[in-house]
Design a protein around this ligand. Structure first.
Ligand code: MG
Ligand code: MG
Length: 236
């Protein structure tokens, strides 16, 4: 899983470096797929329930599961990129929101809060804590900054499949849920909206957008619970 995480992180970094005004999401998808395959790994998303891309590319009010294609990024957009890789049957899963050129203060604040929410969740990945301690930590940071967390899409266990039990909501009561033990691995992935929490799906059957059209940001890491504390697997 460490190797899958490393390749996932590299793909995300190289995609991020290519995020500039004028680039298409298809080109970002190509970079991710080439990075993953040239490392001898398999794109985890491509073909998953029929998803056509190696990345999910979700722009502005798009929350998750945007399909890469002919869409051209414009100065001032934000784009959430979600990507996964499989190595020897083990999965890595990570997401990050990038600024396209110069973005506004509102978008910057939302990105910063979501990143902090993820970090707060990661910090709870310690043996003896409870699963919803992670959820609560994420929610407290996101809502404390004045934003809302998406309810319909959640984090998850991960290992030999991309989505394993248990589900890991980005909201919940501290001190509740299964007790964390060394060796458990979770994909923690706050999806945070500038406006309300409500989302809806577009007619393409994949793309999820905010109901009120407000911006949405998505950060995700694959994280192991270890006796030495949280171990983020999706880093280079
Ligand atoms: Mg993901
Ligand atoms: Mg995930």
């Amino acid at each position: 899983m460490r190797e899958a995480g490393r390749i996932t992180a590299r793909a995300l970094r190289l995609v991020g470096e290519a995020v500039v005004p004028g680039v298409t999401t298809a080109e970002l998808n190509r970079i991710a797929e080439e990075t993953i395959r040239s490392a001898g790994a398999i794109p985890a998303f491509k073909g998953y329930h029929g998803f056509p891309g190696t990345i999910c590319s979700s722009i502005n009010d798009q929350v998750v599961h945007g399909i890469p294609g002919a869409t051209v990024l414009r100065d001032g957009d934000i784009i959430s990129v979600d990507v996964g890789a499989i190595v020897d049957g083990y999965y890595g899963d990570s997401a990050m929101t990038f600024a396209v050129g110069e973005i506004g203060q509102a978008a910057r604040s939302l990105m910063e809060a979501t990143r902090h929410a993820l970090e707060a969740g990661i910090a709870e990945c310690v043996p003896g804590r409870r699963l919803y301690d992670i959820s609560h930590a994420v929610q407290a940071v996101a809502e404390g900054a004045g934003f809302s967390v998406v309810r319909e899409y959640v984090g998850h266990g991960i290992g030999r499949s991309m989505h394993e039990d248990p589900q890991l909501p980005n909201f919940g009561a501290a001190g509740q849920g299964p007790t964390l033990a060394s060796g458990m691995v979770f994909a923690i992935e706050p999806m945070v909206n500038a406006g309300g929490a409500a989302v809806r799906s577009l007619d393409d059957g994949w793309t999820v957008v905010t109901e009120d059209g407000s911006l949405s940001v998505h950060f995700e890491h694959t994280v192991a619970v270890t006796d030495d504390g949280p171990f983020v697997l999706t880093l280079e």
